[in-house]
Design a protein around this ligand. Structure first.
Ligand code: C2O
Ligand code: CU
Ligand code: CU
Length: 538
């Protein structure tokens, strides 16, 4: 066999695997190729070496580990208080791989699922019990990440929550190992699949990669009334990609420049579902509900079932859709969530797989019979979901997404409106007003844009002439206005902005005045420097 550390053989293998996964568009693929070839193994502190080359995850026997289901954290009843401690743990990602060092919000690699109710506040004390040295390659040259700062910094952000600014997890509100912070979440919002993750300036891509993520479910009476599958029939599925060395340790690539190890994107061929590589899950022949989260740094998933049966999407980032949407395939960008029903009732005794691209990542083993627990059915309608009329907007902001390359055409920095994070705030929406934000994507990537504090609706997308905008500063459309897909018609907080398109969203700024931020949720982009502040003015 070929030497796995040899650049050519690993690159070829990488390409084969990428092709097998076939998740991303051609430009992203080209970038990944580039990254792999530009990656000198000897530079990174955790790089594969002769003793610990890269683990070939696709050569491991699939479907040997049961799918773990995360524990639910309740805390004290009233007032609801929880204490969540970040710590270093060891975890088995696969039967045949030695334990992996990870960071987690709990004793297992799956942060506890926090169950909450609409309008019932929760108080969380986030405790940083992590070591004081990072085990992944920190880039000290990134803004807000200097050598003069404590090396391990954390701040938890509750993604999708309407939270006063001081508890929102502003990137500079980090605290070091040995400290904690108590945050109050009013939760004056509807049922939704939220999640929490690290947001520390310059580090969150590494902290998240190390494992600092978890789900946070808000429920309400509208959801209760639907009698959806619950208990053992409602299962969180968190999906992310990781690379490992043969000794089972997390591998995160670097640029090869020890002074600037930042890389423009990170994708890996090991897909973890609830912290396991290609697990199996025993189900009954009945309807199940899956709360799906893509918590990858950069990877998009193209999800389908291998028997081509449709999945029924009932919710997106910010809660239920108006009606269930049947789909055989859908793409989930980093930070997006999908609330799915899958009906196994006609599949007794069979085995089917959830796949991304052409690659099976989770095996469902359907039992011959159901237990005696009550069965559920697919609701016809879910909730009334008024569309925000375009005419209610008092302001339209044009927001460009830009990439700047070095002489060798390597991405150097990604910007919003050609501005860096630390430049003065330019967006000051007024509280209780509605605005349209149009993201003009002048790059070759899809960027999942996320806005803190608010929920929004997507209006439309439209292709423009990139060359004409670049050379003549003229925005000329080249295609028709495209309506959002049916599963994008609900409330969103993260939206896919494809290359060469204007993506328009309509946002009502509700909740709290103060400083917030918006950014691309490709964590490598966000770190350098696709993140900008905005301030809601009372
Ligand atoms: Cu998922 Cu700024 O966060
Ligand atoms: Cu967020
Ligand atoms: Cu991006």
């Amino acid at each position: 066999m070929s030497d796995p550390t040899h650049p050519l053989s690993s690159r070829r293998r990488f390409l084969q695997q990428t092709a097998a996964l076939s998740l991303l568009g051609p430009s992203a693929l080209a970038q990944m190729e580039h990254m792999q070839s530009a990656m000198p193994a000897h530079m990174a502190p955790n790089a594969p070496d002769a003793k610990h080359p890269m683990l070939h995850v696709l050569e491991l026997p699939p479907f040997v580990d049961p799918l773990p289901v995360p524990s639910v954290a309740m805390g004290t009843p009233s007032p609801r208080k929880l204490r969540i401690t970040m710590r270093e743990i060891q975890s088995k990602i696969h039967r045949d791989v030695p334990p992996t060092r990870m960071w987690s919000y709990g004793p297992t690699p799956l942060g506890p699922v926090i169950e909450a109710r609409s309008n019932q506040p929760v108080e969380i004390t986030w405790v940083n019990n992590l070591p004081s040295k990072h085990f992944l390659p920190v880039d000290f040259s990134l803004h807000g990440s200097g050598r003069d700062l404590p090396e391990v910094r954390t701040v938890a952000h509750l993604h999708g929550a309407k939270v006063p600014t001081r508890y929102d997890g502003y990137p500079t509100d980090w605290f070091p190992s040995g400290q904690s912070k108590t945050c109050h979440y009013p939760l004056q919002q509807e049922s939704a699949t939220l999640w929490y993750h690290d947001h520390a300036m310059g580090l969150n891509r590494l902290n998240t990669y190390a494992g600092l993520t978890g789900l946070f479910l808000i429920r309400d009476q509208v959801e209760d009334a639907l009698n959806l599958p619950s208990g053992p029939f409602e299962i969180p599925l968190t999906l992310c990609d990781r690379n490992f060395t043969t000794d089972g340790q997390l591998f995160y690539a670097t640029s090869g420049d020890p002074d600037h190890p930042w890389i423009p994107e990170f994708t890996a061929d090991g897909i973890l579902i609830n912290s396991k590589l290609r697990p199996f899950f025993n189900v009954e022949p009945r309807l199940y509900r899956f709360r799906v989260l893509n918590c990858s740094n950069s990877r998009f998933f193209g999800l389908a079932l291998d028997n081509h049966q449709p999945m029924i999407q009932i919710g997106s980032d910010q809660g239920l859709l108006a009606t269930p949407v049947e789909q055989k395939f859908f793409a989930l960008a980093p930070a997006e969530r999908a609330d799915l029903l899958i009906d196994f009732s006609h599949l007794a005794g069979q085995t089917i797989h959830l796949r991304t691209g052409a690659f099976d990542i989770l095996q469902f083993r359907v039992a011959n019979q159901t237990s005696t627990m009550p069965l559920h059915s697919i609701p016809k309608t879910l909730r009334t979901l008024p569309r925000t009329p375009e005419s209610s907007a008092t302001l339209t902001r044009t927001i460009t997404l830009n990439e700047h390359q070095d002489r060798l055409q390597n991405p150097m920095v990604m910007l919003i409106n050609n501005k860096h994070w630390h430049e003065p705030t330019t967006e000051f929406p007024k509280l209780n007003t509605t605005e349209i934000w149009e993201f003009v994507n002048q790059t070759e990537d899809t960027h999942p844009m996320h806005i803190h504090l608010v929920r929004f609706q997507i209006l439309d997308r439209r292709t423009f002439d990139q060359f004409e905008l670049m050379t003549k500063k003229n925005l000329r459309f080249r295609g028709p206005v495209e309506a959002p897909a049916p599963n994008e018609m609900g409330w969103k907080d993260t939206i896919q902005c494809p290359a060469g398109q204007v993506t328009r969203v309509i946002i009502r700024f509700e909740g709290y005045p103060g400083k917030y931020l918006y950014h691309c949720h490709i964590l490598e982009h966000e770190a350098n420097d696709m993140m900008r502040p905005f301030e809601v003015i009372a």
